[in-house]
Structures are given as C-alpha cells and as structure tokens.
Design a protein around this ligand. Structure first.
Ligand code: AMP
Length: 607
C-alpha cells in the first residue's frame, strides 16, 4: 500500500511530510529545502513554473506570477478581502462565472483551486521523487477559521492535483498533533498560528492520545503578507515624498518592493536595523534613474505593525472566553507559522499568556508533520489518533425578515448534524427554498452564504400540511452538507444547490484532465529532451573517433562496410533529432551506441 502524505498548503510556502519508520518526517524538495514557495508562474512560452523556479523569476514576470492564492480561495468576487487583494496584487484578478475569483496569466483564466492544485501537485511530485512511488492520497491542512466554501475549494484543489483528499484538517490541530504525538501528556494547549496569510488560535486539551479542541478562532485574511504590506506602504510613501512617484502603480517596482519588504522584515527578526537598497527602481520623467535607498529599524517595523499583532490577541481573548478558560489555565503555548518568528509576536504571546512559548517545535514544519501523522492514522499505518475538532463558525439559515437562525453553534465538535422540520407556507406549494449561511451575525446578509438549497417534488396540499425534515451535517473535514426527507412518505427529497462560488463537477473533471494532460506533456517533453541530449553526446563521441577508426579500417582493408554503416547511422540520428517520438530517438541512440562501442574497441587497440 502506498503512503498517504500530509500537505501544509501555506499562503507563502507549502510543506509535505510522510510517516515512515514510526515517525513523521518532512520531505525536502529537489533543491534540498523543506518548504516550497506557493507560487505559480506562466512563462512567455506557456510553460508553467511552480515553487522556487516561479519565485526566482517573479520580478521579471510579475504580471504572470501568481502568489498567495490561499487568501482568495473559496471567496466571492465581491468580498472585501478580494477588493483589497486586487488593490495590492501584481497579477490580474478577474471575476469568474460563479461570482468567484479567477486569475489571468498569459491570457488564460485559471480558477483559484486550479492554481492551488498546481502547488499541491508540485508537493505530490516532491513526495513521489523522494519515496519512489506514485502518491494518490493526501491529508491537507487548512486554517481552522476557514469556512465551508474555503474548505470545499481546498478539497477541489487536491482533486485537481490528482489526489484523493482523505481528510481536511485544521492547521493548529495538526500542529498540536505533531507536538503531542507519542508523548504521554495531559495538558491544555494554546496553538497560536500566524502564517503568511492567515491567523488561527485554537485551545485544546491532550490526554491519553485524545486531542480535543475546545474552541478556535481567527482571521483568514491576516498574516505575514499584511506585515509586508505595511513596509511596502512605508517605503512607497517615503519614495513618493521625495520623487512624487507612487511605485505601487508599476508592476515590476511593486514586485521588487514586495521582495525587499519581506526580506527586511525577516532580517529584523534577528537584527535591530537593516538597509533597503533598490537601485534603478524607477525611471523619472527626464529619463534619470531613481533609486530607493533607506534603512528600517526593528522599532519602526513594530510601530508599523503593532495593531496587526494586537488584533490577533483580541481574537485570543474571545477564543479563551469561548473555551471557558482563563489565560493562566493554559499549560503550554505553541507558536506556529513563519510570522511568529517576529520578536514582537513572541514577546506579546509571552506577556498575554504569562508563559514562555514552547521552543521545541519548528514553526514551518510542524503543521505538515501533524498532517502526516493524521494521514498515517487514517490509512492504518499507526495507532489511531483521536482528533475531536470543532466547527469555528455557526451554521444556520435565513429566516423571515432577513434574520439568521443558528442551527449548529460555533465550537461544536464535528462530525455533527442537526435537523429542523419545515412546512409549506402556501397552498399547493411543491418546493421549499432554504438559504444556508455561516457566521455570527444576527443578520443573514452579514454572514457567508453557503448555498440556496431548493427541495422539489413536494405533494401539492393546503399550506402547512406537508412537512419536510431537513438535516444539516458537518463532516470531520468541516464541510457542510444538507439532506431532506418528506415526513409524510419518508422519502428522501432531491436537492438543487445554487448560489455557491464553488466549481461544478464538470469543471473539476475538466481541470483534472487538463492538469493531467499538461503534466504528461511536460514529462514527455522532458523525456524527449533527455533522449536528444543523449544522442547528441553519442554523435559527438562517434565523430571524435571517426578519423582514427577510418584510418585503421582503410589501412587494414576491413572497413568500407563498417564505415558506410556508421555514416548512415550518424545521418539518420541527425535527421531524426527533431522528432518527438521517444521510441524512435531511443532506437537511433542504441544503434549509434553499438557503433560507438565498436569504435572504442578499435581505438583502444590502436593506442
Ligand atoms: P508560513 O505561512 O507559516 O510559511 O509563514 C510565512 C510567513 O512567515 C511569511 O509572511 C514570511 O515572511 C514570514 N516569516 C518567515 N520567516 C520570518 C522571520 N524570520 N521573521 C518574520 N517573519 C518571517
């Protein structure tokens, strides 16, 4: 049975891990790094680049390099987060056919799950090359605060990447699992997870191998990217004051600012001051080169970002209240996510919880490790671990007058389900429409609409006579489903779901096929290139030995046949080199290789 991998699909970086020989381990990519940038680019020739290769060319190909799509996944076109992303992004964000978000690169429109799928596929390939086997199943992590649409879209991304997603698990829960797995701990834990794009806080208990989440909260649009944005604003403002030019309107300059901002931010986690040098960042009106040269101190950075950090701790207070615990009742504080390396975050966490956060977890790797443990548990490769997770959002329906009636409260352990009886309100009404939403506002319109569920085929009867039992379920993945039963006949009722931003099954299938074809195409091109390179090498070597061999064969009167054959093979190989037929290229190379070994034998005898 092949391995099931665990993938932490991060906003800025992704990480893949596997459980082997009794423990979880992170798998390094080809370049030896344990994390891979969650970046996809399309080059001028239409080639897709993912990870480090995409990051490396981001400045020169900024318009067609797509990053941080996790901030867009499962969101509606009109949501405020998408509006904010459009303002600051260097790539093109466009409206999709389901009022969803799509990105455009080299004239082609891609759905967000498709782009996330390309990153997941890269992680799959990293694991396949390391393990030497095909990977078909995975556990993927998401921020605990992700809603149903975001979870569903992440699951779709996994399918587009060619994997069965056995389970979607929450990042802080995965981190807790990696922290506590195999240890006999009885602790109450706070996992504070501040990554590139999202913030989560989960409070959970660990005892006898049971991980029980008491409460979760977060903000799925708050992370390292926002810290970078503050630095970008600061730098752009300083530059505008000096040169009256807003660098953010120039795609390449903005991409360079973005890279410099992140670099400066990371350096200021170690140093108190750093220089920012961006020569030739802009060409002024008189064609003169303008440079950005400045310095940034840790204190300035902290002033720029303090409100972002404070926002995370306001959420922590709410989540502690939801869990019914005081700050001092937390035994261990675990910091997860690259942004928690910032000293301000660490100091604030220590002061908020009145204890030093645990240093023995790797903030970039712990989530993938937890996913790999869960993957092993689900596939029977290790003892079952019991994760009792919760839904972070209340689930409910719109009621008369635009109100929101909660059906499943937030922080309820999943899987869970709840039923409600609905009756017809008009005579001869044959269908019922229910608007299902997630959120905490009393007003339906302020919450996230998951879908409109229309139940059809009811018996025409006077108002109030037909009763329909509707069951709302939330799976262990945190994904919502709705089913209905006609109470009179006991029969299940058909449901039509509308108003979701998700992809249709047909679209997903098409994307799966396109992705598979693209990969096959790339693999084929790589194979062709490798074969061509091998033939060129063989041709060179045969041609190098040809004069010596010719001299020997002619002088010994043995040669005309062998020489004619060799000349013919060389001619064939040169003629065929442009073919894409791997088998033909292989045949040419093999035939030439045989000639080469004869030539080498002769050359040796002559030496
Ligand atoms: P993650 O999503 O967990 O991979 O976190 C990525 C975020 O962590 C990015 O915004 C990085 O810029 C940020 N990050 C990584 N290393 C550091 C560091 N040394 N100091 C501050 N932020 C960092």
């Amino acid at each position: 049975m092949s391995h099931v991998i665990g993938i932490d699909l991060g906003t800025t970086y992704s990480c893949v891990a596997v459980f082997t020989n009794g423990q979880a381990q992170v798998i390094p990519n080809k370049t030896g790094y344990k994390t891979t940038p969650s970046i996809v680019a399309v080059t001028e020739s239409g080639r897709r680049l993912v990870g480090q290769m995409a990051k490396r060319q981001a400045i020169t190909n900024a318009r067609h390099t797509v990053y941080a799509t996790k901030r867009l996944i499962g969101r509606k076109w009109s949501s405020p987060q998408v509006v904010r992303a459009i303002e600051t992004c260097t790539y093109e964000i466009v409206r999709g056919p389901h009022d969803d978000v799509r990105v455009k690169a080299r004239g082609k429109m891609y759905s967000v799950p498709e782009v996330a799928g390309m990153v997941l596929q890269e992680m799959k390939i990293v694991a396949e090359e390391f393990l030497g086997e095909e990977i078909t199943e995975a556990v993927i992590t998401v921020p605990a605060y992700f809603n149903d649409s975001q979870r569903q879209a992440t699951k779709d991304a996994g399918r587009i990447a060619g994997m069965d997603v056995l389970r979607i698990i929450n990042e802080p829960t995965a981190a807790a699992l990696a922290y506590g797995f195999g240890k006999d701990l009885d602790r109450t834990l706070a996992v504070y997870d501040l990554g590139g794009g999202t913030f989560d806080i989960s409070i959970l208990t660990m005892k006898n191998g049971v991980f029980d989440v008491l409460a979760s909260g977060g903000d799925s649009f708050l992370g390292g990217e926002d810290f970078d944005a503050r630095i970008i604003e600061h730098l752009a403002f300083g530059f505008a004051r000096e040169h009256s030019v807003d660098l953010r309107h120039d795609t390449m300059a903005l991409q360079r600012l973005k890279d410099a901002a992140e670099k400066a931010k990371c350096e200021l986690s170690e140093a108190n001051q750093t220089d920012i040098n961006l020569p030739f960042i802009f060409t002024g009106e008189g064609n003169e080169a303008l440079h950005l040269q400045t310095e940034l101190t840790r204190e300035q950075l902290e002033d720029l970002c303090i409100d972002l950090v404070e926002r995370t701790f306001r959420i922590c207070s709410q989540v502690l209240e939801d869990a019914g615990l005081g700050r001092t009742e937390i035994d261990d504080v675990v910091l997860v996510g690259g942004q928690t390396r910032m000293p301000l975050v660490q100091r604030s966490a220590e002061s908020f919880f009145s204890r030093t956060p645990k240093k023995d977890v790797h903030p970039d790797e712990v989530v993938a490790l937890g996913a790999a443990i869960q993957a092993a548990s689900l596939s029977g490769k290790t003892a079952e671990v019991l994760l009792l997770d919760i839904t972070p959002h209340s689930l409910g329906i719109m009621v008369f007058g635009g109100g929101f009636e909660v059906i499943i409260e937030r922080n309820t352990t999943v899987p869970t389900e709840a039923s409600r009886i609905f009756t017809t309100v008009k005579d001869n009404q044959t269908s019922v429409k229910i608007l299902v939403l997630q959120g905490e506002s009393d007003r339906a319109e302020d919450n996230d609409l998951l879908g409109e569920f229309v139940f059809e085929g009811l018996r025409p009867a006077p108002a109030g006579e037909v009763e329909l039992e509707v069951t709302f379920s939330i799976s262990a993945d945190g994904i919502v489903s709705v089913s209905a039963r006609d109470l009179e006949t006991g029969k299940a009722k058909s449901i039509t779901v509308t108003a979701t931003t998700g992809l249709t099954e047909d679209e997903i299938q098409k994307m799966i096929e396109e992705n598979r074809d693209y990969l096959l195409d790339i693999r084929h091109s790589e194979e062709v290139e490798a074969k061509r390179a091998a033939i060129r090498r063989t041709i060179r070597e045969v041609e190098k030995l040809l004069p010596v061999v010719k001299e020997f064969l002619l002088s010994s009167n043995l040669g005309s046949d062998t020489l004619a054959k060799a000349t013919k093979l060389l001619k064939n190989a040169k003629q065929d080199i442009d073919t894409k037929d791997v088998a033909e290229l292989g045949r040419d190379d093999e035939a030439l290789q045989r000639t080469l070994s004869v030539f080498q034998g002769i050359a040796q005898r002559m030496a």
